[in-house]
Design a protein around this ligand. Structure first.
Ligand SMILES: [Zn+2]
Length: 450
């Protein structure tokens, strides 16, 4: 396949914006980027996809999301509005995740996958919970991911909040799925896995030890850390240690471990994350929505911590997440110099790509260059000022919008062209979810505390 007539943003380091060049895709990878005239004359037999002057760039990567959250949209929480994050967990997320049966798990993932394809997010790192449908839930999601053609890293969040048996079932689900992946039983290489943990505040020492004991060698963990100060105080009470120190003690940290949020960690904890090479993910829209505060991202970067950016289950519109970060850190510090467009690119492009590459190791992700995975999008953007490599981060923050994504390609497969989905049936998926939603909500009402 040849992609022609695009303005190519490579997101290499340093970035390049190429005009008059074409991309030759062979199999799931980019074989060549070079002079369009030459590539056309050398490859007359290849299908051409005409980008018609649009920007052609790597698909976006989401470093932390929850496919299971789709049914929260439009759902009413009974009684007074939750006053803080612990109440949001108790009144919204925990009764909602209990309400999902296996069909709902599938339906919720499908809704999120449609959303991701339409908005140009091609790799997603998911964190799943469905305490009444644990066994096989990762297979169900993997199957949906496979059908969508997207790339995804899956895990099941182990927690003690629903008792010992469910904690055990969560552990088993992670191990079973990771073993299935390493046995090569899943077709292709677009699904990967990690070991999910909910958060220190719902995990006993015993369960953390049990997870550590069975995690397959070389695998890391994916866990929420210090999203709210309750997590820190709970850890201090349980163990006399702050959350990151507690996780370090249980050997949860490491270069393949992801800790989401870290809004309330202290300097010593940041140092432990830096020294262990642990990944942090930033979810500014979620943090603002939950009113939990803001993580000191610039300081974490300066401390040498690798920080990526995710949606936490918000729509997979990654530039919206860049914009939220760009604005949040300015208002928080009352200083317009904070969190520049370059920081957004560091998190959203380079760090997210490096993180995703920990799980998809056969080729480079997140950049357009020969040998990289052919994961790319077309963006129908018409700048009214010169768009240059120097101002691209700000052209994106102030000008790009995910509804401008017209074409999404993953591993050389077209998932959407000219806004028409090729792998998933959006109307069927939305209508299935709409039919299921009233039953999910009715079950939710039986679980929600008064
Ligand atoms: Zn999360």
């Amino acid at each position: 396949m040849l992609i022609t007539n695009g303005k190519i943003i490579t997101w290499e380091e340093p970035n390049q914006i190429l005009d008059g060049q074409a991309i030759r895709i062979a199999g799931d990878k980019i074989a060549e980027i070079g002079s369009q005239n030459q590539l056309i004359s050398e490859n007359p037999e290849l299908d051409q996809i005409d980008a018609q002057g649009q920007y052609v760039m790597p698909g976006n990567i989401c470093a932390h999301t929850h496919f299971y959250g789709a049914f929260a949209r439009g759902m009413a929480i009974p009684g007074p509005a939750p006053k803080d994050f612990p109440e949001i967990l108790e009144k919204l997320w925990w009764p909602l995740d209990k309400s999902l049966n296996m069909g709902d798990v599938r339906a919720s993932a499908e809704v999120m996958l449609v959303d991701a394809i339409k908005h140009g997010t091609t790799t997603l790192i998911d964190h799943h919970a469905s305490p009444n449908a644990i066994d096989g839930s990762l297979d169900e999601i993997a199957d949906a991911v496979h059908a969508s053609g997207l790339r995804s890293v899956l895990c099941y969040e182990v927690t003690d909040r629903d008792g010992k048996d469910k904690a055990q079932a969560g552990i088993k689900e992670n191990v079973r799925f990771l073993n299935r992946l390493s046995s090569g039983d899943l077709q292709g290489d677009r699904v990967a896995g990690t070991f999910g943990l909910h958060a220190s505040l719902t995990l006993s020492d015993e369960t953390l030890e049990a997870c550590r004991a069975v995690v397959p060698s070389g695998e890391g963990f994916h866990i929420h850390v210090a999203e709210h100060e309750a997590d820190e105080y709970d850890s201090l009470e349980k163990s006399g240690m702050r959350v990151v120190d507690r996780l370090a003690k249980h050997q949860i940290l490491g270069s393949k471990t992801i800790v989401a949020h870290v809004v309330h960690i202290d300097i010593e904890e940041a140092q432990a994350l830096a020294e262990s090479g642990t990944w942090v993910t930033h979810q500014p829209r979620s943090n603002m929505n939950n009113g939990v505060g803001a993580a000191p991202i610039e300081g974490l970067l300066r401390a040498g911590i690798k920080v990526g950016i995710g949606t936490d289950g918000f729509s997979h519109t990654m530039w919206d997440e860049w914009k939220a970060a760009y604005l949040l850190h300015k208002v928080w510090h009352r200083d317009p110099r904070r969190f520049s467009g370059l920081d957004a690119v560091q998190l959203g492009v380079y760090n997210n790509a490096a993180l995703a590459s920990k799980f998809f190791t056969n080729a480079a992700l997140g950049r357009l260059s020969p040998g990289a995975y052919a994961d790319l999008i077309f963006v129908d953007y018409h700048p009214h000022t010169p768009l240059t490599d120097g101002n691209l981060p700000w052209q994106i923050i102030f000008g790009f919008n995910e509804s401008m994504v017209t074409t999404t390609i993953v591993a050389g497969e077209i998932l959407m062209r000219d806004r028409k989905l090729h792998t998933l049936d959006e109307e069927a998926i939305a209508s299935n979810a709409r039919e299921r939603a009233p039953e999910v909500w009715a079950r939710y009402n039986t679980f929600v505390p008064n």
